[in-house]
Write a protein that binds this ligand. Structure first.
Ligand code: TPP
Length: 321
């Protein structure tokens, strides 16, 4: 793995954008400016951005309800994304989808999904298309740990392995499905071991807060899948700092546990790496943070100044042409 200075700084910029975007959304939710539910991925930036950095720009993803960092990492226009979350007509999906249903087809994002496990089948279908059309593109299906107990997960892995389609199933294991610890609902230690049932490789990223470790493993997974060998399952271990959703005070986790994970902040970890390896100075990285925050503020202004969708638009975009 040898990443250029530009690539490394671009990854850091995306991690900053993902962090600052969600911190801002959290504030907007508290001010009543966001209709619908939001699920923040603060703390999971490395697990998301490291994976996406190993893809080609025209590769495809399916996202889940905790998808903001995935959408940002895939290159969405931040103004359109913020407007979508605030339910405005200028939003990426014309304000009809909101946080849990952001799609960005132009950048290869087939969409977030409020149905846990809803992306699995879509990803296999998209990967089948790439195989049949011989496009050379691969698909990454993002989901949580809880989603691996849905029937759709097992059906999708089975079919994908039988069809040998180019898809990476990627479980971002933050330890909980809402308030349920994954250890209480899974009788094996690691999610990636489930790959064995389908005769496909499983990759484990022990430190999902280390963006370079995530990237490195994904590089291997991407190579395998792009060579036409079939699907793989990847698991990374990370943590969400906030409650499950905007309506969850997170009482099922101790303050000590949350604080312990905050000490393993993925953004700080990468920042220290960039400084220690003389990729950038602390001042330069702080400047990047300021620019990122400014961009997010501008996206809020854009969204605030955008019109609400019209009543008539509720009947548009329902059927395919
Ligand atoms: C089919 C289905 N069942 C239940 C829910 C309610 N629900 C929303 S998110 C969630 C937990 C998902 O946990 P996980 O897959 O680990 O993702 P995380 O939220 O931890 O990122 C549940 C049970 C749902 N949206 N869809």
């Amino acid at each position: 793995m040898k990443l250029s200075k530009n690539r490394l700084l671009n990854m850091y910029e995306l991690m900053l954008d993902a962090r600052n975007f969600d911190l801002k959304v959290n504030q907007l939710v508290k001010r009543g400016m966001v209709p619908g539910m939001t699920h923040l991925s603060v703390g999971e930036e490395a697990a998301n951005i490291g994976a996406l950095a190993a893809l080609n720009p025209d590769d495809i993803i399916t996202s889940n309800h905790r998808g903001h960092a995935q959408v940002i990492g895939k290159g969405i226009d931040l103004n359109g994304m913020m407007a979508e979350i605030m339910g405005k007509a200028t939003g990426t999906c014309k304000g009809k989808g909101g946080s849990m249903h952001i799609a960005d087809l132009e950048n290869g994002n087939l969409g977030a999904n409020g149905i846990v496990g809803g992306g699995h089948g879509i990803a296999v279908g998209a990967a089948y298309t790439q195989k049949v059309k011989n496009t050379g593109k691969i698909v990454v299906c993002f989901f949580g740990d809880g989603a691996t107990n849905e029937g759709s997960f097992h059906e999708a892995l089975n079919l994908a392995s039988v069809w040998k389609v180019p898809v990476i199933f990627y479980s971002i294991n933050n330890g909980y499905g809402i308030s349920t610890s994954i250890n209480k609902v899974m009788n094996i230690e690691h999610i990636y071991e489930r790959a064995g049932s389908y005769g496909i490789p499983g990759y484990f990223i022990e430190d999902g807060n280390d963006v370079l470790a995530v990237y490195e493993t994904f590089e291997k997974a991407v190579k395998y899948v792009r060579e036409g060998k079939g699907p793989v399952l990847v698991e990374s271990i990370t943590y969400r700092w906030f409650g499950h959703s905007s309506s969850d005070p997170g009482k099922y986790r101790t303050k000590e546990e949350v604080d312990e994970w905050k000490k393993k902040d993925p953004n700080i970890k990468f920042k220290n790496y960039l400084i220690e390896n003389k990729i950038a100075t602390e001042e330069e990285l702080e400047k990047m943070d300021e620019i990122s925050k400014k961009k997010i503020e501008e996206s809020v202004e854009f969204a605030k100044n955008s019109p609400e969708p019209t009543i008539e638009s509720a009947y548009e975009d329902i059927f395919a042409d």
